[in-house]
Design a protein around this ligand. Structure first.
Ligand SMILES: C[S@@+](CC[C@H](N)C(=O)[O-])C[C@H]1O[C@@H](n2cnc3c(N)ncnc32)[C@H](O)[C@@H]1O
Length: 245
């Protein structure tokens, strides 16, 4: 499948379930996704290089991570799926925010922002969906100012002996069926298990982030490895920023 076809397929899937996305997310994860986003904010807030950082949330979807980060600084959320953004926009309108949140249409692989324009870049459950993960990480590095903070949250597979097989059964057999029944379409929950299984391990993600121009890269396994939080700092200006286009 070409990169273009994969992007279109992902966009179509999220368009089809946009109206049910938030409910499905919270229901299928028993609300643990909210806790993961809070941990993401907490980890970033301990590393931010300026008092009021400019924050970019890539693949913001319906805006939950953007809203969570609005306590730290002004946020731009971007996504290439307009039905998801429309729901996000109405949530932003109905929220009482500390800092402004603006949502716009943009592709994570070709961000419409100048080099070094943000202090923090965050992304939740997006990297796995990208047609080119390395290019996505290089774009994150490009739009961050040197010393800026990158934080990426995505699914992993737990490795703990007793939990691993139980979780695998839920994740591979139960979750796709429940997702289909509730959303009415095959959608991302049908493709989720395959996308997570073919997603690089946390160790490989760390290497990829270093190659893309991040330093002090570390990962945290959340909920015994069901989710992975990748953190890093953009290398200094002397680093030759790899161009993506
Ligand atoms: C699983 S949702 C996550 C949404 C949100 N970050 C959250 O935590 O709920 C993945 C989102 O990534 C978006 N996405 C996937 N590939 C993208 C790309 N190349 N450019 C922009 N958005 C993308 C999808 O449209 C979708 O809204």
């Amino acid at each position: 499948m070409s990169d273009h076809d994969k992007s279109r397929r992902v966009r179509d899937m999220f368009s089809a379930i946009a109206g049910r996305y938030d409910f499905l997310n919270h229901f299928l994860s028993a609300n643990i996704d909210r806790r993961w986003r809070r941990i993401c904010v907490r980890e970033v807030s301990g590393r931010i290089p300026v008092p009021v950082p400019r924050i970019l949330d890539i693949g913001c979807g319906t805006g939950d991570l953007s809203l969570a980060f609005s306590g730290l600084g002004p946020v731009i959320g971007c996504d290439f799926c307009h039905p998801m953004l429309r729901i996000g926009a109405s949530k932003v309108r109905n929220s009482s925010l500390n800092q402004p949140v603006a949502l716009l249409g943009a592709d994570a692989l070709m961000l419409p922002f100048a080099d070094a324009s943000f202090d923090v870049v965050v992304s939740a459950f997006v990297l796995r969906n990208l047609a080119d993960i390395d290019r996505g990480l290089r774009e994150m590095r490009r739009i961050l100012r040197p010393g800026g903070v990158m934080s990426v949250l995505d699914f992993g597979m737990p490795r703990i002996p007793v939990l691993a097989p139980i979780y695998r059964f839920y994740f591979l057999r139960v979750l796709p069926k429940l997702g289909k029944i509730i959303s009415g379409v095959e959608g991302p929950y049908g493709y989720l298990p395959a996308s997570v299984q073919s997603f690089p391990s946390a160790e490989t993600l760390k290497e990829k982030a270093e190659l893309a121009g991040f330093q002090n890269v570390e990962f945290k396994l959340l909920t015994a490895g069901v989710a992975v939080l990748l953190l890093g700092t953009a290398k200094s200006a002397e680093f030759d920023i790899p161009r993506t286009r």
